[in-house]
Write a protein that binds this ligand. Structure first.
Ligand SMILES: [Zn+2]
Length: 104
């Protein structure tokens, strides 16, 4: 008979359906007798289900998409290249944002 500690260790595997048949059965037997494990199991199962749903829906919030797009470099310019590395110089007091807007 599985004890409580063992059950807790197997719990994540049980939720992910990674346990062997005999381990699952032992776990379920413990679950039927242990209120604390049932509670933890229910919580983890819900979190797990939410994570899976989040995985399926890849929609990022529009605001985030905008920010990501803004942070990505624009189309590459041929020739002069981007002077980010050397743009600091004596004017290093300026913010990176200013430098990017000015030099790229
Ligand atoms: Zn238990």
């Amino acid at each position: 008979m599985m004890d409580h500690e063992q059950a807790l260790q197997l719990l994540p595997g049980y939720i992910d359906e990674e346990l062997s048949l005999s381990e699952s059965l032992d776990f379920e037997r413990h679950l039927a007798t242990c209120e604390e494990c049932r509670r933890i199991y229910e919580q983890d199962r819900q979190v797990n289900a939410q994570l899976r749903q989040a995985d399926l829906r890849m929609d990022a919030p529009p605001e985030l998409v905008k920010r990501i797009k803004a942070a990505l470099p624009g189309p590459p310019r041929s020739g002069n290249g981007c002077a980010i590395g050397s743009a600091g110089g004596p004017r290093a007091g300026r913010s990176v944002g200013h430098r990017l807007a000015r030099w790229c």
